[in-house]
Ligand binder design. Sequence first.
Ligand code: GGG
Length: 367
Amino acid sequence: MATHKLLLLPGDGIGVEVMQEVKKLIAWLEKRGVASFALEEDLVGGAAYDAHKVSITDAAMARANAADAIIFGAVGGPKWDNVVYEQRPEAGLLRLRKELDLFANLRPAIVYPALADSSSLKREIVEGLDILIVRELTGGTYFGEPKEIVTLENGQQRAVDTQVYTTSEIERIASVAFELARVRKNLVHSAEKRNVMKSGLLWNQVVTRTHAAKFPDVKLEHILADNCAMQLVRNPKQFDVLVTDNLFGDILSDAASMLTGSLGMLPSASLGAEDRATGKRKAMYEPVHGSAPDITGKGLANPIAQIGSFGMALRYSLGLVEVADAIERSIARVLQQGHRTADIAALGEKTISTTEMGDAIIAALDR
Ligand code: GGG
């Protein structure tokens, strides 16, 4: 049996708590002889800053580079609000994404049948919903230069963030979206703001050209990002694959999470390009949610997004598709049985803790 090299980066806040549930699941899979893992763990975010005064060390980056997959928790929190911008907790996450060139962030937003009434929308609008948001992750305003706050002669301060996209950056993320659409419903919506942004105009043109040249069999719709936000909450089932830039992708996927019941339900995969020689790609798996300092330490966090992210690692990086399917079935089963963490519980409904939800998912794997 192959041994899979995983780097665990729990991070801060509830990242540590939900990662604990993945560790339990890994131990269970190993004990049952289902899979074998070589685990390493390191610090990232505020935890790394507290220990080393940097948001991620070079040694942790080297481990990330060598891993078959990275399982990331969450970073950030008010404790580090006054840390120098370059070493704020989120900088460690951005360094991982950029240096490993993890340009394709897949964020599935799926409504489990048992949670159709937990959505922010009516059951009939979300029932059966299965959207895949493909967020460009290494360009746009997150990384564009200049990025600065300068003091002007009149004493005013001026802040600049720069949205930059090149043809090849847009072409490669669009290609990922079209390829994924081919094994889904063959429909891609591309969201930008070409009416006010040059980068939106280029995005639109390159997606159109990529489609015509390589994917004419896939249906393509262009949509302005603001209209897309509105349509997501009006009629989300019109979408299948939604490709968009780094910033719009962050915002639209948070909005989409509420259709599923909670931000605690959304896993993600951040993938690099495939190495032609080995067929492998660098990859990091993290819940869409952040470190949630307001609920840290209270046992309230929902571990489903983190466990789902681990499931995506099994599927996309480790070739353990059947185990990934079993984990997804197990999550659906515990929800069907009525297990609810606080974020997905209806008013007055009995809730269970982070640990209890992790235990329930493992127990349901047995059946
Ligand atoms: N698990 C995701 C996480 O920790 N997110 C915190 C964060 O700051 N993310 C930056 C971003 O993706 O916009």
